[in-house]
Write a protein that binds this ligand. Sequence first.
Ligand code: FES
Length: 166
Amino acid sequence: MQHQPITTTSGLTETAPNLATPDSERREFLLKAASMLGVAVSAGAAVSLINACEQTNAPSGGGTGTLNVASQAALQNVGGAVRATVNNTQLVVIRTSMTEFLALSAICTHASCPVNLPANGALSCDCHGSRFSATDGRVLNGPATTPLRRYTTAFNAMTNVLTITF
Ligand code: FES
């Protein structure tokens, strides 16, 4: 950018940008400013996308569903278990104490056959003989190698409703 000498009222001579005609230096400055602004907007957009993804995935990706424990006779006693479909997910729900429940996927991780209700501490699969722990869903016997998926539960003793988080 060219600077033209000017004389101020104090009599000092200074230089100022020539604003009368745009020149390559000004264009370059504007392009740099626009470029920097573009980067800032892109960075802001990226942060927004990350936040949106985190919110979408939190806490476990599938929302919640409920099971009315009062209507499940087998769940009135500790150790009782039922099959239930909650939020289109097939579950085996086991009462582990008066206030706690275990919700496991009812689908065998080997080849997707349904597992049986627990017996002798295990959920067995008739298709190929896998067995899973009735306390946490871990594999007791193969051929399955992956535990049954376990879902977080919260029991409201006042309403007798079990909330399952997917
Ligand atoms: S599908 Fe369950 S053991 Fe194969």
